[in-house]
Design a protein around this ligand. Structure first.
Ligand code: FMN
Length: 292
């Protein structure tokens, strides 16, 4: 995969298929980890790769339940022996060790995405419990957890601040710094996602095809210019959406509820609108009003 494609394809994945990871996959991820840069090349990291089902169950008392359902959970630790070796100033050396592990984690996430897998950094976990439940030797201190597996579906991109919002330029600033970064249009096909929740996403010009999204909730999403074909949105709710220039073909919208949506120039072919309403108005009347 091209690096640029990989960079934008990587997403935090939190739902996994139940197949085990192969030895080659685990080796590829760990090879990526150990090839990350590290301060003075001390490589002050240690990785615990948990695939044993019984041990994985213990993550339920350490962090969010879904983590234990991943085929592999990596515990990313610092190595105190390497920290001691590095320099006298322990606080400084520990800071380097954490930076080393962060770079290793990003390499792991990119390597996973490169071979069709996905993972997520978990910073919200009970560190002490993790050490005791997994009998982690004292010299290794967990920094984060990383469940990895084959994703059940594509994960939409989360919105990003623009370059200008997060950068101070001392000198020239690039002309395009105030524009949101260019994104590949999002595509999602053949997925079973009833009761899904989508919030705060920038997905203009996306393609959605053959998906069950019944009883789902969509809030604050830019979907302008997107197309939807063979989608079940029955009983779903939509709030704060930009749906201008969107196209719908064979889409079930029955009993769905729209509030505060922009629908300018939306087109509908063979759609089921029964019981659907926009801001309390019958959807067909509302669409006519929007397109006037
Ligand atoms: C240091 C760090 C800690 C994180 N901790 C968690 C976590 O505890 N639980 C979780 O679901 N996601 C966690 N994430 C994932 C972020 O929520 C995610 O990276 C962010 O929302 C951007 O989405 P993306 O990775 O799909 O681009 C963490 C990410 C980082 C970098």
């Amino acid at each position: 995969m091209e690096f640029k494609e990989l960079l934008f394809k990587r997403r935090s994945v939190r739902s996994f298929k139940q197949r085990r990871l192969t030895e080659d996959e685990i080796n590829y991820i760990l090879t990526a980890a150990i090839n990350a840069p590290s301060a003075c090349n001390f490589q002050s990291w240690h990785f615990i790769c948990v695939t044993d089902p019984e041990t994985k169950e213990r993550f339920k008392s350490i962090c969010a339940d879904w983590v234990s359902a991943a085929p592999a959970v990596f515990v990313i630790c610092t190595d105190s022996e390497k920290i001691d070796e590095r320099c006298q100033d322990k606080a400084r050396s520990y800071k380097f060790a954490v930076q080393d592990t962060a770079l290793a984690m990003q390499n792991m996430l990119l390597a996973a995405a490169d071979i069709g897998l996905g993972g997520c950094i978990i910073g919200a976990y009970d560190q002490e419990k993790c050490v005791s439940e997994l009998n982690i030797p004292e010299k290794y201190l967990p920094v984060a957890l990383m469940p990895i597996g084959e994703p059940t579906a594509e994960t939409p991109a989360r919105s990003r601040k623009s370059i200008k919002e997060v950068t101070t330029f001392i000198g020239d600033s690039p002309d395009k710094a105030d524009e949101p970064r260019e994104k590949e249009p999002f595509e999602l096909r053949h997925a079973w996602l009833p009761n899904a929740v989508f919030d705060d996403l920038g997905l203009p010009n996306s393609t959605f095809n053959n998906i069950n999204l019944s009883s789902s909730k969509f809030t604050d999403i830019n979907l302008s210019g997107s197309s939807f074909e063979d989608i079940n949105f029955a009983e779903s709710s939509f709030g704060g959406l930009n749906l201008s220039e969107t196209k719908y073909q064979c889409v079930m919208l029955n009993n769905s509820e729209f509030k505060n949506v922009e629908l300018k120039n939306a087109s509908f072919v063979d759609c089921d609108f029964s019981g659907a309403a926009i801001d309390g108005i019958n959807i067909l009347d509302a669409i006519e009003k929007y397109n006037k």
